[in-house]
Structures are given as structure tokens and as C-alpha cells.
Design a protein around this ligand. Structure first.
Ligand code: TRP
Length: 474
């Protein structure tokens, strides 16, 4: 086999991995779960989850990838534990499932961008019926498949010439756009209130109904792209001799700062428009309508400079989603390349083709096909539908539910058990390079090891237990 491709630089790796982490989860999901949990204490709890569960698992995934220098399924065999390959398979299945529905939502950024351009040039009219838009089969299929195709083109070009090159352009653009948007929010009346809402220590209220803790945990997984081997895959293209710890910290910090920035941008608008707060307090902030319906309306009616902010905002959403879909497709592609030894282009387009079929199902499940919109995973088996899919109906909702509630937590749990209890401690010390001068594990190694060995399995095990009892993260 030819020489394995590697990242051209540490910055390239960090940007690609941060690109994977920063996605719809940051711009779409975090702002609304933080809003619905009343900000403040929820945000602090989330930060603790990121530090205690997210960062250690991020380091563990990168470490296993770099040690094995191969994708998640063969990695376990490569390290001498072939029986654990099934954990890699769970991850690949999760990747297929997430990518299949993620591109449907990502595709909306294309049409929103187009609408905003239209409005910027010829004036705003509230002329988009969101229900009709998502219910149009041909529109949803075209947008999502275009997004999948763009992803495949980048992935097919390889790690350093495709993924790294594309993320090195997209991520700086994304930072610049966010900076512009935050500065712009600084001119809104709600800016200060947005900060207060995010950072006030309302622990008393929060811990009276601490259901938000589980949501914070579940989201920590999703937003950092953990639990399915995406970071194992990216880590496998990392060269020896670069610090895993420093890279992982950079990725986690970038992801967190961007999620909080997205909140500041959106909440500044919400707190500047009293009617909007009423609307959101009443019904809670619903997922898609905030990002794709309410925000564009606000841009053109309430936000100064909205004619620029509108289109630019959806470039941000599109780029953030694209750097994430790239990592999802790379997990499946890398497996085909490493396991079947087929050329990358063929591997990429076969993977995308297969996933595309599922995507069509998801695209038609928002109203276009009555059957796909109302179907239950286990058909008439009520009990299983209830237990496993929380009675979700429709392809997209089911895929979202099973990935966030089952595949990622179970994958993450088994992975933590593997690294904490099966993988040799000595090898971990060596790979993470966290030794004292005499070669013994350093304090930080021990802290990391305790988190992966004890805290992660307990906490993730608890999430799985709650899911079994009916909790829902999607
Ligand atoms: N982290 C991404 C987001 O926040 C989603 C994502 C990309 C993902 N790759 C993943 C989630 C791998 C889990 C696993 O939008």
C-alpha cells in the first residue's frame, strides 16, 4: 500500500478537527438548549462537562488514532485487540446515520443564503413558507445531495490536499464572520442582557430542576464529534512528535468559544426585540424555526446592517456544516480505504452514494412522502418504538434520535472502557507524552487517566441508563 497521507502541519490538524467539532451543533443546537435551560447555571454545567468528559475523551480518541495509524475499525486489531473492532463498527454506523440527516439540514443554509441575497438586493418580503419548503421533496433532495456531493469532492482529494486545504480556507473565514457578527451585535440594545443571561450564576433555580445536566452532557458529545471515532480517524493522520494534549485543548476551546459566541449573537437580537422574547418564552425556542425563519426576519427588520449580516450569516452556517460533514464522510471513506485497500476516490463516492440513498429517505420525511414522514422504526411493535425511538416518527427524526441517544453514548462508553481498562497504561503515557523527568506518569496524566477510566464510564453509563428510562437528547 502507498504511504499513508498525513496532515501538513499541526495547525492543519487542529483546524480540521475544530472544523469537525464546530457545526450545526454550535450554531443551531447549543443556542436553543441553552435558551430553554435558562442560560446561566446551565452554561457553567456545560463547561464542566466539556472539561471533565469532553477534553479527556478527545485526547483519548486522538491518541488511539495516532498510535494505530489506521481508521477506527482496523485500529483495534492493529493495537492487538481485534475483538474490540465492533466499537469501531458502531462508530461507522453512527457516521453513516448522522451524515445522512445532517446534510438535509445543512442544505437549508444554501437556500437561506440564496433568499437573503434576494432580499438584500430587492427588499425583504416575508415570502418563504417554511412548511412548504421542507415539504417539497424535489427541493429537499436536490439541496441535500448537492451538499453531500460537495463534501465528497473535498474528501476524495485526500487528507492534506483535500480536507486540510479546504478547512484551512473555511475556518479562518468562519472566525472572521463570527467576529464581524459579534461586533455588529455590540450595537444592539440586547448585547449586555445577552451576556448577563449567559453568565449569571442562577444555580439555585437550576439545581431545583436539574434535568438540564443530562442535556449538557449529551450535547458535549455531539458538539465535540466524540463517540464515533471521527477524532480517531483524524488522529490517525497525525505525525508522531506533536503534542496531543495541546491540540486537543485548542480544539475544545475553539468549539466552546464559538458555541458561546453564537449565543451572544442570537441572544443580542432576541433581547433587543421585546415581542420576540414573548414569542420564545411562550413556546420555547424551537429548533429549526429560530435559525431559518426567525433570524432572517430579524436581520431584515431589526438588525442594523442586516443586508450584509443576512447572507454572511448563512455562509457561516454552510461552512460550519461542511467542515463537519467532511469529517463524517472521512470516517466511512477511511474505513473503505484501509480495509478494502481501494483507491480513495472510489471509496469516497461509493460511501457517499450509499449514504445518499438514506439521505433521500430523510429528505422526503419532512412532509413530501406521507409514508416516510409518519413511519416508525419498528412498525407496529409499539413497545420497541417507545423504548428505542421514544415514539419518533419519520426517517430524519428517527436517525437523529438513534444517533444522539444510542450510538454516540454507547460508542463513547465502550471507547472509554477500552482506553481506561484494556489499553495499556504504559502505552498511553508514552503516546500522550505526559511523563515526569524520570519517566513516571505526570500529575496531568493521572488526572486524565482517572477521568477516562472512572468518570467517563460512570457518567456516560448514567446517560445510557436515563435513555433506557425515557430521556431524550435529540
Ligand atoms: N460536531 C458537529 C456539530 O456540532 C457534528 C458532528 C460532526 C459530529 N462529526 C461528528 C457529531 C461526529 C458526532 C460525531 O455539529
Amino acid at each position: 500500500m502507498s504511504q499513508r497521507d498525513h496532515w501538513g502541519s499541526r495547525l492543519g490538524f487542529v483546524l480540521a478537527a475544530a472544523g469537525s467539532a464546530v457545526g450545526l451543533g454550535n450554531l443551531w443546537k447549543f443556542p436553543y438548549i441553552a435558551w430553554n435551560n435558562d442560560g446561566g447555571a446551565f452554561v457553567y454545567v456545560y463547561l464542566v462537562c466539556i472539561a471533565v468528559i469532553g477534553l479527556p475523551l478527545m485526547m483519548a480518541e486522538i491518541m488511539i488514532g495516532r498510535r494505530a495509524q489506521t481508521s477506527p475499525v482496523p485500529a483495534y486489531g492493529q493495537l492487538g485487540f481485534p475483538k474490540w473492532a465492533f466499537v469501531g463498527w458502531i462508530g461507522v454506523a453512527a457516521g453513516v446515520i448522522i451524515l445522512a440527516f445532517y446534510v438535509v439540514i445543512a442544505g437549508w443554509s444554501i437556500s437561506s443564503f440564496y433568499n437573503c441575497l434576494r432580499w438584500s438586493f430587492s427588499g425583504y418580503h416575508n415570502d418563504v413558507d417554511f412548511g412548504a419548503f421542507v415539504g417539497s421533496g424535489s427541493t429537499q433532495i436536490s439541496l441535500s445531495l448537492v451538499f453531500l456531493f460537495i463534501t465528497a469532492i473535498i474528501v476524495s482529494r485526500g487528507v492534506s490536499k483535500g480536507i486540510e486545504k479546504a478547512t484551512k480556507i473555511m475556518m479562518p473565514v468562519l472566525f472572521a464572520i463570527l467576529l464581524y457578527l459579534v461586533i455588529n451585535s455590540g450595537f444592539l440594545d440586547g448585547f449586555g442582557k445577552a451576556f448577563t443571561f449567559l453568565l449569571r450564576p442562577n444555580f439555585g433555580e437550576f439545581f431545583a430542576h436539574p434535568h438540564g445536566i443530562l442535556e449538557a452532557l449529551g450535547h458535549a458529545f455531539f458538539t465535540l464529534s466524540l463517540g464515533m471515532g471521527a477524532m480517531v480517524t483524524y488522529g490517525s493522520y497525525m505525525s508522531k512528535g506533536e503534542s496531543i494534549t495541546r491540540s486537543a485543548i485548542a480544539i475544545v476551546v475553539l468549539d466552546t468559544v464559538i458555541a458561546l459566541t453564537a449565543c451572544v449573537i442570537m441572544y443580542s437580537i432576541i433581547f433587543s426585540v421585546p415581542e420576540l422574547q414573548e414569542r420564545l418564552r411562550g413556546g420555547g425556542m424551537s429548533t429549526s424555526s429560530m435559525l431559518f425563519v426567525t433570524l432572517p426576519e430579524m436581520f431584515y427588520t431589526k438588525v442594523p446592517g442586516g443586508v450584509f449580516v443576512g447572507p454572511i450569516f448563512y455562509i457561516l452556517v454552510g461552512f460550519a456544516a461542511l467542515t463537519s460533514t467532511i469529517s463524517l464522510l472521512e470516517v466511512v471513506t477511511a474505513l473503505l480505504v484501509d480495509k478494502l485497500n481501494i483507491p480513495r476516490t472510489k471509496a469516497t463516492f461509493s460511501a457517499a452514494g450509499g449514504i445518499g440513498v438514506l439521505t433521500i429517505g430523510a429528505a422526503l420525511s419532512l412532509g413530501a412522502s406521507e409514508f416516510l414522514t409518519n413511519m416508525k422504526l419498528f412498525g407496529p411493535l409499539e413497545w420497541l418504538n417507545h423504548k428505542i425511538t421514544a415514539d419518533k416518527a419519520g426517517v430524519l427524526a428517527i436517525l437523529d434520535h438513534v444517533s444522539a441517544n444510542w450510538f454516540l453514548p454507547v460508542g463513547g462508553f465502550l471507547f472509554a472502557i477500552f482506553v481506561g481498562w484494556v489499553f495499556k497504561k504504559k502505552d498511553a503515557v508514552e503516546e500522550l507524552e505526559l511523563q515526569n523527568a524520570d519517566g513516571s506518569p505526570s500529575f496531568w496524566f493521572n488526572a486524565w487517566y482517572f477521568a477516562v477510566k472512572v468518570i467517563c464510564p460512570l457518567v456516560i453509563g448514567y446517560i445510557i441508563f436515563k435513555v433506557l428510562k425515557g430521556a431524550d437528547f435529540s
